[in-house]
Design a protein around this ligand. Sequence first.
Ligand code: ATP
Length: 310
Amino acid sequence: MLTVENISKSFGNIKAVDSISFTLRPGEVVGILGPNGAGKTTTLRIVAGLIAPDEGRVIFYNQMQTLPSRQFKKSLGYLLENNPLYLEMMVIEFLDFIAGCRGMTKQERKRKIRQAVASTGLSSVLFQSLRELSKGYRQRVGLAQAILSEPDLLILDEPTEGLDPNQRREIHTLIKSIGKNRTVILSTHVLPEVQEVCDRVIVIHQGKKVADGKVDDLAASFQDQKIITIGTTAQVAKEQWLQITGVEEVTAEEKVKNGFLYKLKANNTGTDLRLILFNWAKQNNVDLFELHQQELNLDDLFRKLTTAEK
Ligand code: ATP
């Protein structure tokens, strides 16, 4: 549906987006995950045709987006970061105003507003001013305006930023239901959001794409990398560790009060390295004061992917 090819964008000497490529398939809900300043908003703005990339291109339904076409704009719904709204308007007024801006006829407006209101659960607040609404409800209004023209592609920039956990959950449910019949790309720096809402995640760090895949697959590939911490009263040479079947790498050595602490990366033979190490210590009269396997989760993966210098 949408192909992003090697897009780059600099602001002065800041490279906000550095040669990012990905494709979006119809019906996918894709999360762009990255820490603050990673380049998420800039990527989304380029995809939406709001700013042009310095290099690279965006192809939508096989048509290149130099200047966004009318047809593309019609197929696109966008919830901007911080969701700017006219707070003095009532919800119904605001949606009617947006529908007018999008050139809808009166009849079309009625039907589409009714649909958007139903999909986002806004019927009880239609005649309240936006200023009176909670942040969660304002976010629903932002989603309603984004889906008003029944877009094929919905772009949501940090849709749950600043919401409390209950409001977050409500917006997640809405996004999942809205995403059932359209493609959604959303940005977030909240990992559980991706796990909860997205089919796929693209991780961005310092403007570069550092991972792209199904959330479960990324987690599984990472969990295969097991790190064992072992404490020995006497020092053990690196070469000795590497001779033990199952030890792929010695990633750290530290002198501590009781002796020495080592971090060993296990290779993927499937055998539990802790058992092998325990037997090795027994056979070689090495006294152990610690032996445990670090359980890695998606948080570790995110930290690992987004803390390294590029
Ligand atoms: P956040 O999660 O904080 O919104 P982000 O991942 O969306 O961050 P971007 O907003 O895309 O990141 O910004 C990427 C980098 O580009 C940042 O260093 C930012 O300061 C810079 N940047 C973005 N827009 C502009 C601009 N219009 N002018 C100058 N620098 C910009």
